[in-house]
Design a protein around this ligand. Structure first.
Ligand code: NAG
Ligand code: NAG
Ligand code: NAG
Ligand code: NAG
Ligand code: NAG
Ligand code: NAG
Ligand code: NAG
Ligand code: NAG
Ligand code: NAG
Ligand code: NAG
Length: 646
C-alpha cells in the first residue's frame, strides 16, 4: 500500500509536475462553494483526471480476486433467461474484467465507470464498486415522482415540486422526449442495480415512504432517479407535463449540485486525486474508508463488519450485517406523511406498533431495518401484546424501506410469530466459495481463541446433525458446475441464532396462524429482510402483499436475499487480524467495494434463492393510488383489504 502510494505520487508528479496547465477544471471546482457548483464544473474536473496505469493494475488484480475467488454468485450470475418477475441479463464478471484489462483508457473516470457498471449489472445492491473520487458530489432534480394507477391506467405524477413551478400532482408525460415511465424504467434498468425485478427497480427509482425510527415520524425518501451520487449522463432533463386546468407545460431542469467534499479539500487536480480519490495508507494512520462513500442508491446497503471480539460472545455478534441507511444523505428530512387512520400504540427507536382505526382488528408492526438487538425483540413482543390486549387479531409486518441488518434476525423475527426450538427451521442452508486462501483463513480462525471473523466455522450448524462445527468444513469442499463453469464450494451448512432471545411463552391471537399475518413490501425488502420474508413465506405459508411495479405483472416481495456481503477492506482486515497472508492488496482508491461472500437456499431448493425468481413472487398485488401514494395509513388499509377480504 505504501509502495502503491509512492508510485502514484511519482505518476502524479510526472503528469502534473511539468508545465502548469493554464486552466485546471479541478482548480475551478475546488474554489467554489457548493451553491455555485454546476454539473459542468464537476463533470469537467472528473473528466480531466488522466488514467493511472498503476491504479488500474492494482484495482484489476484485487477485483479479479474478489470476483473470481470470493463472489458466491460468480457462476450463478451467468444464468440466461431468468424467469419473470426477473429481467436481468447474465453477467460474466471474469470476461468483463478481461475486457477492461485490454481496453485503452485515457481518462481515470472511464476506467472506474466500467467497474461501477459491472457491479451494477448484477442487479444486487450488495455487489458494489463506488469510488469516492467520482461519487462525492450529489446531484438532484427539483421533482419527486410517483407512479399511481387510476381506472387501470398507470401514470407518473409529481409528488413534490421544489422548483417553484407549481407542478405538484401534474402528470409527467415525457422525459427527454420519451414516455416518462419508459424513460425511468430504461434508466433504472441500466443504472439502478436495485433488484433483478424491473418492477422493483421502478419502485426504487421513485419516491418511497420511509419511517424514521429514531425521531418517530413518517416521511418520503427521494427515489434513485431524482438523487444521484454518480455523474448524470447529461446536465439537465427535459420534461413535458399535463397539469389540471393548464395547457401542456414544458420545462428543462438542470441537475443541481447539492453536496460535495468540504471546502478546501482540494485546490487542483493533484490535490483532488490525493485528497478525494486515493485511500490513506496504513502508514499514514488513516482507517480504510468504511462509511465515507456516499450511498444514494435506491436501496440501502448491508455489510458484515469485521469484528474483534472474544469467542464466547461469538454467537451473538457473528455474521452481523448492518445497514448504512441511517448514514446516508437520502434520509427523510421531515415528517411529510401523517397517519390519521392509525392509532400509534408504542415505539422504541427501531420499530413501532400501530392499530388501524377503520379496522381495529388490524395491527401493524413496523420493521424498517433488521439492525436491531435483543432489547428490540423484547420491545416487539411487548408491543404485539399491547395490540392483542386491544383486540387486534391480524398483523401487517411492514418492511417498508428495510434494507437488511443482522442475519441472526432472519431467524428471530419469524420466531416471534412462529415459536420453535428448532434452530434450523428459520435458518437457510448456506455455502461459501472455497479457495486455498479462505481455507487458510478459516483454519486460523478456528484455531484462534481471540479472533472471530464472518468466516468462523464454529458459528455454523451441520445440516444433518444440527450441531455447531468444531472442525473446519472449508477443508472438505465439493465441486459444483454451474452454467458450465466449475468451482469449489463448501458443503451446505445452517446459520445459527440465539433463539432464547425470543420469549416463546408469550403468544398472540396470530401465533402459528399464517392466515392472520401478512407482509407489506414494495420489493425493496433487501438482504436480511428478504431472507426473513422468505422464511415467513416458504416455511409458514404467509402471503405477502407487494405494492407498486406494473399493474398486471407479478412483483418480487424481496430483493438481494442472497445472504451476506463484505467489503474488500473487511476481508483483508480478517486476513490481517489472523496473521494470514491476504490473497489481494487493498484498493488504491477510497470507496465502497463489496462482494457477496455466501449464498443461501430456500428450503431444499437446488437453485440459490438469489437466482430463483419463483421464490420471489408475492402472493398478493397492490397498486399505489393517488391516495395510498400519499398516505401510509391508507396503504395499510388497502393491504388489510387485499390480504383479508378475499
Ligand atoms: C456564489 O458566488 C457569488 C460570487 O461569485 C457569491 O457572492 C456567492 O456568495 C456564492 N454563493 C455561494 C452559495 O457560495
Ligand atoms: C435506542 O435505544 C437504546 C435502548 O433503549 C439506547 O441504548 C440507544 O441509545 C437508543 N439510541 C438512540 C439513537 O436513541
Ligand atoms: C440483552 O442482552 C444483554 C447481554 O448481551 C443483556 O445484558 C440484556 O439484559 C439483554 N436485554 C434484554 C432486554 O433482554
Ligand atoms: C455433518 O454431519 C454428518 C453426520 O455426522 C457428516 O457425515 C457430514 O460430513 C457433516 N457435514 C460436514 C459439512 O462436515
Ligand atoms: C475439484 O476439481 C478440481 C479440478 O477439476 C480438482 O483439482 C479438485 O480436487 C476437485 N475438488 C474436489 C473437492 O473434488
Ligand atoms: C416471558 O414472558 C412471560 C409472560 O410475559 C414472563 O412471565 C416471563 O418472565 C418471561 N420470561 C423471560 C425469561 O423474560
Ligand atoms: C406453535 O407451534 C409450535 C411448533 O409447532 C408449538 O410448539 C407451539 O405450541 C404452538 N403454539 C401455539 C400457541 O399454537
Ligand atoms: C404470477 O405468478 C404466478 C405464480 O408464480 C403465476 O402463476 C402467474 O402466471 C404469474 N402471472 C403473470 C402475469 O406473470
Ligand atoms: C498475530 O501476530 C501478532 C504479532 O505477532 C500477535 O500479537 C497476535 O496474537 C497474532 N494474532 C493471531 C490471531 O494469531
Ligand atoms: C429436505 O430434505 C430432507 C431429506 O430429504 C427432509 O428430511 C427435509 O424434511 C426436507 N426439508 C424441507 C424443508 O423440505
Amino acid at each position: 500500500m505504501l509502495q502503491m502510494s509512492l508510485i502514484l505520487s511519482a505518476t502524479l508528479a510526472l503528469a502534473f509536475g511539468a508545465p502548469v496547465p493554464t486552466s485546471d477544471p479541478c482548480s475551478t471546482l475546488g474554489s467554489l462553494t457548493i451553491g455555485n457548483v454546476t454539473y459542468e464544473h464537476v463533470s469537467d474536473c472528473y473528466k480531466s483526471i488522466e488514467f493511472f496505469p498503476e491504479v488500474a493494475e492494482t484495482t484489476l488484480k484485487t477485483m479479479h480476486t474478489a470476483y473470481n475467488d470470493f463472489l458466491c454468485f460468480r457462476d450463478a450470475a451467468l444464468t440466461p433467461d431468468l424467469d419473470l418477475p426477473f429481467r436481468s441479463a447474465p453477467v460474466d464478471a471474469i470476461k468483463e474484467l478481461n475486457k477492461i484489462a485490454k481496453k485503452h483508457y485515457t481518462r481515470d473516470f472511464d476506467f472506474h465507470a466500467d467497474f461501477l457498471n459491472l457491479a451494477t449489472a448484477f442487479n444486487d445492491p450488495h455487489i458494489n464498486y463506488q469510488v469516492e473520487c467520482y461519487s462525492s458530489y450529489v446531484f438532484k432534480q427539483p421533482l419527486n415522482l410517483y407512479a399511481s394507477v387510476v381506472d387501470g391506467k398507470q401514470a407518473l405524477h409529481v409528488f413534490q415540486d421544489e422548483s417553484g413551478s407549481e407542478l405538484n400532482d401534474c402528470e409527467v408525460l415525457t422525459i427527454n422526449g420519451q414516455n416518462a415511465l419508459e424513460h425511468i424504467q430504461a434508466w433504472a434498468d441500466k443504472f439502478s442495480g436495485a433488484s433483478k425485478d424491473p418492477g422493483v427497480r421502478l419502485n426504487a427509482a421513485l419516491v418511497s415512504h420511509t419511517y424514521d425510527a429514531v425521531n418517530h415520524f413518517w416521511g418520503v425518501s427521494d427515489g434513485g432517479f431524482r438523487l444521484r451520487s454518480t455523474l448524470p449522463e447529461e446536465s439537465s432533463l427535459d420534461y413535458r407535463f399535463k397539469c389540471p386546468d393548464r395547457d401542456t407545460v414544458k420545462k428543462t431542469f438542470q441537475w443541481a449540485v447539492t453536496d460535495g467534499p468540504e471546502a478546501g479539500t482540494f485546490t487542483d487536480k493533484t490535490s483532488f486525486v490525493a485528497n478525494v480519490c486515493v485511500a490513506p495508507t496504513a502508514s499514514s494512520g488513516g482507517t480504510p474508508s468504511d462509511h465515507t462513500a456516499q450511498e444514494l442508491g435506491p436501496v440501502p446497503f448491508t455489510d458484515t463488519p469485521a469484528i474483534h471480539k472474544h469467542k464466547r460472545r461469538r454467537l451473538l455478534e457473528q455474521r452481523e450485517e448492518h445497514t448504512k441507511r441511517q448514514l446516508v444523505r437520502r434520509e427523510v428530512a421531515e415528517p411529510t406523511l401523517d397517519l390519521p387512520d392509525a392509532t400509534f400504540v408504542a415505539a422504541d427507536n427501531k420499530t413501532a406498533v400501530y392499530q388501524l382505526k377503520s379496522d381495529p382488528s388490524v395491527g401493524i408492526l413496523v420493521v424498517p431495518s433488521m439492525m436491531f438487538w435483543n432489547d428490540t425483540i423484547t420491545f416487539m413482543q411487548h408491543g404485539l401484546s399491547e395490540l392483542a390486549a386491544r383486540k387486534v387479531s391480524r398483523i401487517i409486518v411492514d418492511t417498508t424501506g428495510n434494507g437488511g441488518g443482522y442475519t441472526i434476525m432472519v431467524n428471530l423475527l419469524p420466531t416471534i410469530f412462529f415459536p420453535t426450538q428448532d434452530k434450523t427451521l428459520h435458518s437457510h442452508l448456506a455455502e461459501y466459495r472455497v479457495s486455498t486462501a479462505v481455507q487458510a483463513l478459516t483454519s486460523a480462525d478456528l484455531a484462534s481463541l481471540t479472533v472471530d471473523t464472518t468466516f468462523e466455522p464454529r458459528t455454523y450448524l451441520n445440516r444433518t446433525t444440527h450441531a455447531s462445527f468444531t472442525t473446519n468444513f472449508f477443508l472438505d469442499p465439493v465441486n459444483k458446475t454451474l452454467n458450465g463453469r466449475e468451482a469449489e464450494y463448501t458443503q451446505k451448512v445452517f446459520g445459527d441464532a440465539p433463539l432464547e432471545w425470543v420469549n416463546q411463552t408469550i403468544t398472540y391471537p396470530w401465533t402459528n396462524d399464517s392466515s392472520k399475518i401478512t407482509i407489506l413490501t414494495d420489493g425493496n425488502c433487501g438482504s436480511a429482510c428478504g431472507m426473513a420474508t422468505d422464511i415467513f413465506v416458504s416455511v409458514h405459508g404467509v402471503k405477502a402483499v407487494a405494492v407498486g411495479g406494473y399493474p398486471g405483472d407479478n412483483l418480487s416481495m424481496f430483493s438481494y436475499a442472497g445472504a451476506s456481503v463484505k467489503t474488500v477492506d473487511e476481508i483483508i482486515g480478517n486476513f490481517e487480524e489472523l496473521n494470514v497472508t491476504a490473497p489481494f492488496a487493498r484498493l488504491p482508491y477510497k470507496g465502497n467495494f463489496r462482494v457477496t461472500i455466501y449464498d443461501v437456499y430456500s428450503r431444499n431448493d437446488t437453485v440459490m434463492l438469489e437466482y430463483n425468481p419463483a421464490r420471489h413472487v408475492a402472493a398478493h398485488r397492490l397498486q399505489y393510488t393517488p391516495e395510498t401514494a400519499r398516505h401510509h395509513d391508507l396503504l395499510w388499509g388497502a393491504v388489510a383489504k387485499t390480504a383479508w377480504s378475499s
